[in-house]
Design a protein around this ligand. Structure first.
Ligand SMILES: [Zn+2]
Length: 610
């Protein structure tokens, strides 16, 4: 057997690992070849020794059995087997929950205990605890526990329930990036879309994740599944040799709805749940392997142990707060296969924006208390990406329309100072995720962009120019910083050019030019702006919605200023005006403005005297 580079490295280090650690985890990505490694370790280091392999799923067990029986005498424990010793077998395979008594008598005899999917090991859970206790009390002095996993992290808030309490080392064997470079895995290509009508904001979190019933209801009410299908129909034409996909759903209701729309779209598909009988299950998996079934919709069951290297599209319809779940399900698609060059990951669950690309995930043996909390912000990863070096680029949600006349909502990165188009629908209309503070507040509350382009033209129609032209003085007689913020934003929109810019300097020139005009206007009206800590998007939303904080005259006048510019400008120009007006408004409110202002580009005193 020719070993991969990372496997040989571990084999070389293995004696050393054994010497220093009693219980350790070997961590390598899904599809890297952990089973082969385990088999090789047994062959090289455990000749005539006894090995007990525990895993919690039958699928895994069968996979291991196939692999191991090539070189070893393997016995698989049945549910009613109650054996007292290894006998002829070198290796005994079992799910830990089966054959409870057998396992108790086998542990003291074993030289090595392998625990597959070791992140399942819970020091507080009774299943493995029993195994660990027996190992500690009656195990051989020279024996070891070796855990295998792709994602060695537990995510419960319980500080007693941590892998660090079970294993004394985690040995990082290989990471996804290296394995992609070494062509052991294929590159994942992400296609994240934001589902505006999926509302999980107020979901109560249980056991570190969204409760299934909450997810299910929210998904069914939303447009998520339709979106997933729309995107899928585009992507399935782009993969080679033929599209084979796995759809991950939180429960049977969502899975059935998904299956339904797939069938309506004439895509050969089937469903796998925990209740699918074994025979049926095997038929589906084998048809899926050879592509007779294009799409398998699954409820949880596929995530661990299922192995179809030909799968080249993963559709994630299961929002989660679990990094492990996200990592594993994407990992499922990365195995190499003949003619497969990549795996498309369609994410309509905001998991990508929450955790980021799977190849960049970091793992800890200890996860701090309630570490999942940060993932409730579904833009958690995106928020972290906006660092010093990345000042020039930001993530956007596309506001263009797709071929079905729905919002495109593709999440993509673009240069802040260029009018890059959405790579999916070529629209330039978009929401800046950082700007709109989606990163830290409720999305549906502050969808300023949609609000602006919806309300301005509608309300403007009803405003009589002769009346509102004469109300300027009254409108600028503001009472609060909210009213002033709203008016300044609208004035900025009024002044700013809608021209296209192609460089950072062009972009800033336009901004500064308009900012100077707004400042000139303000000091000419003897209006000063006290420096603010924050630019309030809520104030702008309030004005647009004719809310309570911006009074009616001020709100209508602001809308009147913006509305005048809707005529004679294309939607792309208006879009550019909107994005830049937010920046100008923010600059003036944060920097302040008064009649003694001296900025490199604006001297208030000089202006006043001229
Ligand atoms: Zn788009």
């Amino acid at each position: 057997m020719i070993l991969r580079k990372w496997q040989s490295e571990i084999i070389t280090k293995y004696e050393e690992i054994k010497k220093t650690h009693k219980k350790f985890i070997l961590k390598a990505p899904t599809g890297a070849g952990k089973t082969v490694l385990a088999s090789e370790i047994i062959k090289k280091f455990y000749v005539h020794k006894k090995i007990l392999v525990l895993c919690h799923r039958i699928v895994l067990l069968e996979q291991l059995e196939r692999e191991l029986k090539i070189n070893h005498k393997v016995r698989k424990l049945g549910i009613s087997d109650d054996i007292k010793c290894f006998g002829n077998a070198d290796i005994i395979l079992s799910t830990n929950l089966r054959s409870k008594y057998a396992i108790a008598s086998l542990i003291p005899e074993a030289d090595l205990i392998i625990i597959d999917e070791a992140h399942r090991v819970s020091p507080v859970g009774s299943a493995y605890q029993r195994v660990l206790n027996i190992f500690d009390e009656r195990g051989k002095k020279s024996s070891h526990i070796m855990g295998l996993t792709a994602s060695p992290e537990r995510r419960t808030g319980n500080q007693n329930d941590q892998l660090g309490l079970v294993f004394d080392a985690i040995i990082d064997c290989a990471d996804i990036k290296t394995l992609i470079e070494d062509k052991v895995l294929v590159q994942p290509i992400y296609r994240p879309h934001f589902i505006h009508d999926l509302n999980l904001n107020n979901a109560e979190i249980k056991n570190g994740d969204f409760p299934i019933s909450v997810l299910s209801n929210a998904i069914i009410k939303s447009s998520m599944i339709d979106y997933a299908l729309f995107i899928y129909k585009e992507e399935r034409t782009k993969v080679i040799p033929t599209p084979i996909s796995a759809w991950f759903c939180p429960d049977v209701a969502v899975a059935n709805k998904t299956l339904d729309i797939l069938k309506k779209a004439k895509i050969k598909s089937d469903i796998l749940t925990a209740l699918t009988p074994t025979g049926e299950r095997n038929r589906i998996l084998s048809d899926h392997l050879n592509g007779k079934i294009e799409a398998v919709v699954s409820v949880g069951v596929l995530i661990e142990g299922w192995d179809n290297p030909n799968c080249n599209i993963i559709v994630h319809c299961r929002p989660t707060l679990s990094k492990v779940l996200w990592g594993q399900s994407v990992g499922r698609g990365l195995r190499c296969a003949k003619d497969k060059d990549k795996c498309i990951i369609i994410d309509v669950s905001s998991n990508w924006s929450t955790f980021g690309p799977v190849e960049d995930l970091k793992w800890d043996l200890w996860s701090h208390r309630r570490s999942f909390i940060k993932f409730q912000n579904r833009f958690n990863w995106i928020a972290q990406q906006f660092d010093e070096q990345e000042k020039k680029s930001s993530f956007f949600i596309c506001e263009g329309k797709n071929k079905d006349e729905e919002r495109c909502s593709y999440i993509y990165k673009k240069d802040l100072y260029k009018d890059d188009q959405c790579p999916v629908c070529s629209s330039t209309a978009c929401i800046d995720i950082h700007k709109e503070k989606l990163v830290d507040s409720n999305v549906s509350d502050l969808n300023l962009h949609g609000m602006f382009f919806d309300r301005i033209p509608r309300i403007f129609q009803e405003l009589k120019p002769s009346v509102w032209n004469s109300l300027e003085r009254q409108a600028w007689n503001y009472k609060s910083i909210e009213e002033l913020t709203f008016l300044i934003f609208c004035k900025s929109f009024y002044y700013i050019s809608g021209n296209k810019t192609n460089s950072e300097s062009e972009y800033w020139n336009l901004i500064i030019e308009a900012e100077i005009n707004v400042r000139k206007f303000l000091i000419s009206k003897n209006i000063s702006v006290t420096q603010q800590e924050e630019f309030s998007f809520a104030a702008i939303a309030d004005g647009l919605l004719l809310g309570k904080r911006v009074r009616t005259v001020q709100a209508h006048y602001g809308i009147f200023m913006c509305g005048q510019k809707f005529e004679g400008h294309t939607i792309k120009e208006l879009e550019r005006k909107y994005q830049k007006a937010l920046q100008i408004g923010e600059r003036i409110v944060i920097m302040g403005c008064h009649n003694r202002e001296k900025l490199p580009y604006f001297n208030a005193q000089l202006e006043l005297s001229s």
